[in-house]
Design a protein around this ligand. Structure first.
Ligand code: GLC
Length: 552
């Protein structure tokens, strides 16, 4: 597929922005974010250049896992608004050209969901088989997901004496995907929200979701293919973006082996973790190795790149030594770490507030092949609040102005204090400051959208003659962009060999400057400490021939 079809395959170079309605903007003054507040800020998101919003769970919930414990899949948490507010929000987002996807949390329900309440009435209850029961506890995984709170994935139900499966907290019983009625119901849920305008879903906990399909019902992956087929019948360009934190070898099958008929996009947890190792070492090599190892996504599928999400910044795919290295560099204190495998910090704290380094890291992320996913607040350098429990430390309210600006009331979660408090980090100030992180994000997004070859293209790492420099080129449809990033804190002169581009012009897309590729030998590119350059290649002599047409 040629890049001229970027709009058909919109997810291939989208800019996805993840937010929690609860912490984004309070529209009714009760201290809790809501759809009315979010709708007021749609223009902010559109100006930033976001093309697709990902809403974290906004459904009625027991709220013991921040909404990932749903009690009704067909409605809106009354604290966040009404279905009417949701539809008004959707209408406004669409008006500004933005698509919306939402979390689909169907591996489990809350133990207060009416389905589970019905199911636990007894062994013969009609909905019993919607969940997974055993007379004796079944097999245990090597490690439970939340080791601070759980030590088993089986919980005894006192009334029947049987045990139910819960891959996550014990208050989140796993649905039985082996039951066709459950799968039909999930399709109904997808259909319901698509009818209200969603362009797709971020699928929570995918490997857990398909692992309990009984063998007689066929291959577990058929469940995903079934969901995708259902969605495609309803809306051809809808997407499933999957949370699959597995090494590439296992992960790639979630795209749909050979056929590409399962997840449309998968988060790249490997590149994320290797990027942090590279940043910690100030060396490009770990990241280059991951990108070389990364399998191609099937034809119309795409990788989703990210540096942070709403959970712990997991480092579970690194070796113990590598993980300790990242901990030492970016989260040395025990209270900054969580579950023994991750960090509950955001980037500004990890980089000790160094704006140059933050700009470098995001420039690198946007330049890599794939679709970038931003977690709300990253664009202004929102910090964490370690006084807030567990993973919630990174889910504090958005900081709109010096006085917070999130709500006139006490906010649902306390904002950080000190140098990352709203007085120093907020949208309003950064809008006025041309050197701010927010402005940098706007520029990166604008350029990223103008250069679809970055997202779509063939990644080729380039030797830059210096271990701190990550240099690569992306080629697609005869167009080329070269990106050079200095992960180190000293100025360097990169020497980059560009095969087949002798005599071309390299136009700097982020700052002023044009460089000519010499007829022989490497091109020399000076880089500041944490410096970054994106260079569009064009022919020097016959510019007309180079004018490939691009649709955005
Ligand atoms: C996913 C979510 C996480 C949640 C868990 C259980 O991993 O990202 O936030 O706690 O699933 O639903």
């Amino acid at each position: 597929m040629r890049m001229t079809y970027t709009s058909d395959l919109w997810w291939k170079n989208a800019v996805v922005y993840c937010l929690d309605v609860e912490t984004f903007k309070d529209g009714d003054g009760d201290g809790i974010g809501d759809f009315r507040g979010l709708t007021q800020e749609i223009d902010y998101l559109a100006d930033l250049g976001v093309t697709c919003l990902w809403l974290m769970p906004f459904y009625p919930t027991a709220n013991r896992d921040d909404g990932y414990d749903v009690t009704d899949f067909y409605s809106v948490d009354p604290r966040l608004g009404t279905l009417g507010d949701f539809v008004e929000f959707m209408r406004t987002a669409h008006d500004r050209g933005m698509r919306v996807i939402a979390d689909l949390v169907v591996n489990h329900t809350s133990d207060r969901h009416p389905w589970f309440l019905e199911a636990r009435k007894g062994k013969d209850a009609p909905m019993r088989d919607w969940f997974v029961w055993k007379d004796e506890p079944g097999p245990e995984p090597e490690q439970v997901v939340f080791p601070d709170q759980e030590d088993s994935v089986w919980e005894r139900d006192d009334r029947s004496g049987q045990y139910y499966l819960h891959s996550f907290y014990k208050h989140q019983p796993d649905l039985n995907m082996g039951n066709p009625e459950v799968r039909d119901e999930i399709s109904r849920i997808l259909g319901f929200w698509m009818e209200l305008g969603l362009a797709g879903f971020r699928v929570d906990a995918v490997p857990f979701l398909i692992e309990n399909v009984s063998p007689q019902l066929g291959e577990p992956h058929e469940v995903l293919a079934g969901l995708r087929a259902f969605m495609t019948r309803r809306k051809g360009n809808s997407v499933l973006l999957g949370e699959v934190n597995l090494p590439y070898k296992e992960l790639v099958s979630y795209f749909g082996d050979g056929l590409g008929d399962e997840l449309t996009m998968c988060f790249d947890f490997t590149v994320m973790q290797r990027a942090w190792l590279a940043l910690a070492r100030r060396e490009a090599a770990p990241l280059v190795a991951a990108l070389r190892e990364r399998p191609d996504a099937p034809k119309d599928a795409q990788w989703a790149t990210f540096l942070r999400n709403h959970d712990e910044l997991t480092l579970d795919q690194l070796s113990d030594e590598e993980r300790q290295e990242v901990f030492r560099a970016f989260g040395p204190e025990e209270r900054m770490q969580i579950f023994g495998r991750g960090l509950r910090r955001r980037m500004p704290g990890m980089f000790d507030g160094d704006l140059r380094r933050m700009k470098l890291a995001y420039s690198l992320m946007f330049s890599l092949p794939g679709t970038p996913v931003i977690f709300y607040g990253e664009e202004i350098g929102l910090g964490e609040n370690l006084d807030v429990e567990g993973r919630m430390a990174v889910r504090t309210p958005m900081q709109w102005s010096k006085d917070g600006g999130f709500s006139p009331a006490e906010p649902v979660r306390p904002m950080p204090g000190g140098r990352f408090g709203p007085e120093h980090v907020n949208v309003e100030d950064q809008k006025r400051d041309t050197d701010s992180l927010l402005r940098w994000f706007q520029l990166l997004i604008e350029r990223y959208r103008e250069c679809p070859e970055l997202a779509w293209g063939e990644y080729e790492p380039l030797d830059a003659g210096h271990p701190a420099v990550h240099a690569h080129r992306s080629d697609a449809d005869g167009a080329t962009v070269v990106a050079v990033h200095n992960l180190g804190d000293e100025a360097v002169e990169a020497e980059v060999e560009l095969d087949g581009l002798a005599g071309s012009l390299l136009t700097d897309l982020l700052v002023d400057g044009t460089v000519e590729v010499p007829e022989s030998g490497p091109v020399r590119l000076p880089l500041d400490p944490y410096g970054t350059r994106w260079l569009r290649v064009s022919a020097r002599k016959k510019p007309a021939e180079d004018a490939s047409i691009k649709a955005h």
